[in-house]
Design a protein around this ligand. Structure first.
Ligand code: ADP
Ligand code: ZN
Length: 523
């Protein structure tokens, strides 16, 4: 078999993997690794990262060591390689002693082109020492963002990988990841001590995915309408929720609505999860309602939609999860239900992190996610910009491009809102402010005697949904802030004075979400 393989990268691609041509970047990356260069590869999931080290692994002499934290994926990769006649094995904690010995034996006798290793096993002292005695073709560090505390998936066991470079000064290193913003990227390069690395960054654009953000009002109704609007056909889709409880609720409501939906979260028994996964892949389950636990290894081409029922914690996660739609290149949708309350909850969570650095990182990432959801410019531009991929034109395939927001002169409304916050001694949350503006009559208002305020009922011209939108834009534009330490009460910022004194004319976007316009007052 080996003798039949051509000894060029393209030859290997064709004879071993059965593909005709390299995708953009693959050929360049492989050329660099073949030349012994260190490389940093940032390529979206599904882009074809694996071949970037597998091809050189076959061509270069010695064994390639692939470090990966994803034990389940190691198995898949190795089986796929073996099926193509490549000499590959993995070495991790799932192996029994006998098999582990066998793998080490193969390694020592030069019978392996690739060995996948978990970080724990790699840093076993004797294993590292032994490796130093062997011819190593290259090191591939998969999921390299795990090395960085700036990444969204930092793994302490990855920290030590930084030392590897010094143990193997002559061996090329290739670090690969699908998710890294600018800060994480710089951090990875530093931590891995890559030597004058060639940096390869692929486009993150997924033009066939249409991004839509809806203000979350009655999420279940909004979800059902979204599904109805997509038509009668049974389609594959994923609905992501933040908690297991929510997953269960949404799944059973979809089932009650006649949808072929199943729940998936880490609290379910392994067999159940496995079965849901398999049935989804085989198109026997249409919709999986899941926590982010559902993700690793979903290589299903025909996922037509991904819905985020709750706000993801960061853009990396959002991009990764929405990216599971439309792998086949056909039109697909990503819908995010964005609720102000979710932001409060998420902020609260971030603020309660014990580690200060972590708080800062996660706080920044959450703010970027919020900015994306609240932006009035092309979603794709915001998204790509986050990954440092500047684009100079709007995409034409997101909610903002397809249905640009209309603006209205909101100066008077903003003055009313801000003075209402002021009259409430800057001590109440958004919902209460709306109730006072709209002159709601309820027990709490009466208890607090807020019907006596001069701003009570001065805003009946707007619906509760409209006030909600106005207040949220005022927060986003920096006229109000939500004090997360203090039950999210609204406070005026210094800037609010400009509006109250009539020094600025304020244009705000009209609420975009037709669903919920008729919601009950204060709802
Ligand atoms: P990533 O690791 O970046 O998520 P993979 O390496 O798993 O992506 O590749 C994704 C899919 O694309 C795999 O099914 C792989 O076989 C396929 N693929 C990769 N490169 C090519 C190519 N040059 N031609 C055809 N298919 C490819
Ligand atoms: Zn757009």
């Amino acid at each position: 078999m080996a003798s039949e393989r051509a000894n060029t990268p393209l030859g290997v691609l064709q004879s071993v993997f059965g593909y005709e041509v390299f995708r953009s970047h693959q050929a360049d990356i492989i050329e660099d690794v073949m030349a012994g260069q260190d490389c940093f590869v940032l390529m979206p999931t599904g882009g074809g990262k694996s071949l970037c080290y597998q091809v050189p692994a076959i061509l270069r002499s010695g064994t390639a060591i692939v470090v990966s934290p994803l034990i389940a994926l190691m198995q898949d990769q190795v089986s796929a390689l073996k099926a193509n006649g490549v000499k590959a094995a993995y070495y991790n904690s799932t192996l029994d002693v006998q098999t582990a010995d066998q793998v080490l034996m193969q390694l020592h006798t030069g019978q392996l082109d690739l060995l996948y290793v978990s970080p724990e096993r790699l840093f076993n002292h004797t294993f590292l020492q032994q490796l130093q005695q062997l011819p190593i073709a290259l090191f591939a560090i998969d999921e390299a963002h795990c090395v960085s505390q700036w990444g969204h998936d930092f793994r302490p066991e990855y920290r030590q990988i930084g030392q590897l470079r010094t143990f193997f000064p002559q061996v090329p290193f290739i670090a690969l990841t699908a998710t890294a913003d600018e800060a994480t990227r710089q951090d990875i390069l530093q931590r891995l001590h890559l030597q004058q690395p060639k940096v390869h960054i692929s486009s993150f654009d997924r033009p066939n995915i249409r991004y839509t953000v809806l203000e979350k009002r009655q999420p279940m109704k909004q979800l059902l309408r979204f599904l109805e609007a997509r038509g009668e056909v049974q389609e594959s889709g994923i609905v992501y929720c933040l908690s297991r409880k929510r997953v269960e609720e949404v799944a059973s409501q979809l089932q009650a609505g006649g949808y072929n939906a199943q729940a998936y979260h880490a609290g379910l028994p392994g067999e159940v999860r496995h079965s849901v996964h398999q049935r989804f892949i085989r198109d026997e389950v249409d919709i999986v309602v899941a926590t982010v636990a559902f993700g690793m290894g979903i290589d299903k081409p025909n996922v037509r939609f991904v819905v985020h029922y709750d706000l993801p914690k960061n853009i990396e996660g959002y991009y990764q999860e929405t990216g599971r739609a439309g792998r086949d290149g056909l039109a697909s949708e990503a819908l995010l239900l964005y609720g102000a309350q979710d932001v409060v909850t998420a902020r609260h969570f971030v603020e309660n992190q014990p580690d200060e650095h972590q708080r800062r990182v996660e706080g920044f990432k959450l703010s970027s996610m919020v900015d994306f959801a609240e932006s009035q410019t092309c979603r794709r531009r915001v998204l790509l910009n986050y990954f440092s991929e500047a684009t100079d034109s709007d995409c034409g395939n997101c909610d903002i491009c397809l249905n640009p927001p209309e603006f209205f002169d909101a100066t008077v409304s903003a003055q009313k809102a801000l003075s209402c916050v002021y009259r409430l001694n800057q001590g109440y949350g958004l919902r209460h402010v709306v109730e006072v503006l709209r002159g709601q009559d309820n027990e709490r208002i009466r208890q607090l005697n807020h019907q006596a305020l001069s701003t009570y009922g001065i805003g009946r011209e707007h619906s509760a949904a409209e006030w909600d939108s106005i207040l949220r834009q005022l927060i986003h534009l920096g006229y109000l802030l939500q004090d997360i330490q203090q039950y999210s009460v609204l406070r005026l910022t210094e800037k609010a004075g400009e509006v109250l004194k009539g020094q600025v004319c304020l244009q705000l976007a009209k609420p975009r979400n037709p669903i919920g316009k008729t919601t009950r007052p204060g709802g």
